[in-house]
Design a protein. Structure first.
Length: 384
């Protein structure tokens, strides 16, 4: 495993969450590492994945399993830290790896920093809280993806001076242009497309949205079509629900098959084309006892494609959306207001365009990776 340029300040990233696993955490950590590599010598140690085809700065556990990952990560990081004095920071991808990150950093006189995302802070397993989350307070710095997640970390006694909020970044250049013919490429000509994208975790509230809102939306806008990109989070450590099964049952119960497309997982250019094909994105997150929406990175991706959103005012979502400017925020489970907001946007082309342009500008200025990486650089420079 090489760093790409040994004379540069080095960072060892230890993370369970990394592509090809899917989700907002994985998207954030991969984008962060790729952009940090422009200035730092970055080495990533992560979990096993079959046929990942990784670059040489990414090292994986040779076999699947959480215990094997920790053993491999500990051993590999020990070797890197022993051999490379230019490595100054051990960066953890989530609270899960906090104890290992702190141990490695303290043992070799380096600095320990950990990213936190929301659910990784509150997961209600007593052993996990004792073995992992409590170690956050021993880190040199904890980086939260939203103000909401930072409050969760404070509640776990992370010192305020050791806590920063840095949101996810987005490469807006990848979403340039309007991609004419995007709807046609998915067989969505003549449709008003509402997009849901991401892992179908229970907190996302997709089956409830389909049941409570979609029949009323279709009655008002007959050409409305809900496209759902994603699937059950089978690779997740904490999500085990069969949300897709519940969703299919609701679709059949209400006879909504003509108005719902289950697209499965889309990646790369196909996913970007789908963002351009849609008219708006919806994120109808619900309160969940043991799960939270720490930010909502799909809202940034939609914004980069000039698409407005309708989302619930919950968790870290208000950091991603400027109400009535880049999208519309509604209270959780307020399905009447959610329905009115979606119908309003579907009927008003100019409003969608105006909100979409504002969303794009906001994403580029406040969340572009160039801006976000400068904040990480300032933090890391202060730690060294």
């Amino acid at each position: 495993m090489t760093s790409g340029a040994s004379h540069r300040t080095g960072i060892v990233v230890v993370t369970w969450n990394f592509p090809p696993r899917r989700g907002g955490m994985e998207t954030l950590i991969y984008g962060l590492c790729r952009n940090l590599k422009k200035k730092y010598g970055v080495s990533v140690i992560t979990a096993y994945a079959p046929s990942a085809g990784d670059e040489d700065w990414i090292c994986r556990a040779p076999r699947p399993g959480l215990v094997r990952f920790f053993v491999c990560a500990g051993w590999r990081a020990l070797r890197v830290l022993s051999a490379r004095r230019e490595v100054k920071i051990v960066l953890g991808g989530s609270a899960l790896v906090a104890p290992l990150v702190v141990f490695l950093a303290k043992a070799f006189g380096r600095k320990a920093a950990v990213l936190v995302h929301g659910s990784d802070v509150i997961y209600p397993n007593w052993l996990y809280q004792q073995l992992c989350v409590q170690w956050l307070r021993k880190c040199d710095h904890v980086i939260a993806n939203s103000r909401y997640t930072a409050e969760l970390a404070r509640a776990k006694q992370v010192p305020p001076m050791a806590l920063s909020v840095i949101p996810p970044g987005i490469d807006t250049s990848a979403y340039q242009g309007c991609l004419k013919g995007a709807k046609h490429s998915f067989g969505l000509d003549g449709k008003r497309v509402i997009l849901c994208a991401g892992r179908l975790a229970g907190r996302k509230g997709i089956p409830e949205f389909v049941e409570k809102c979609l029949p009323k939306i279709v009655a008002e806008v007959p050409e409305a079509c809900l496209v759902i990109v994603g699937g059950n989070p089978k690779d997740s450590l904490i999500h085990r629900e069969d949300v897709l099964g519940r969703l299919n049952a609701v679709i059949q119960r209400y006879g909504l098959e003509p108005h719902v497309r289950l697209a499965g997982w889309l990646e790369g250019d196909d996913l970007i084309r789908m963002y351009h094909a849609c008219d708006l994105i919806v994120l109808p997150v619900l309160p969940a006892k043991n799960d939270v929406e720490g930010f909502g990175i799909v809202l940034l991706e939609a914004a980069a494609a000039r698409k407005p959103c309708v989302a619930t005012r919950l968790g870290g979502i208000p950091d991603a959306v400027e109400h009535e400017k880049s999208g519309i925020l509604v209270d959780p489970a307020d399905y009447e207001e959610m329905t009115r907001s979606i119908v309003r946007l579907l009927r008003d082309d100019e409003l969608r365009r105006t909100m979409g342009e504002f969303a794009r500008a906001r994403a580029a200025q406040g969340f572009g990776w160039e801006t976000i990486i400068k904040r990480y650089e300032g933090l890391f420079d202060s730690l060294r």
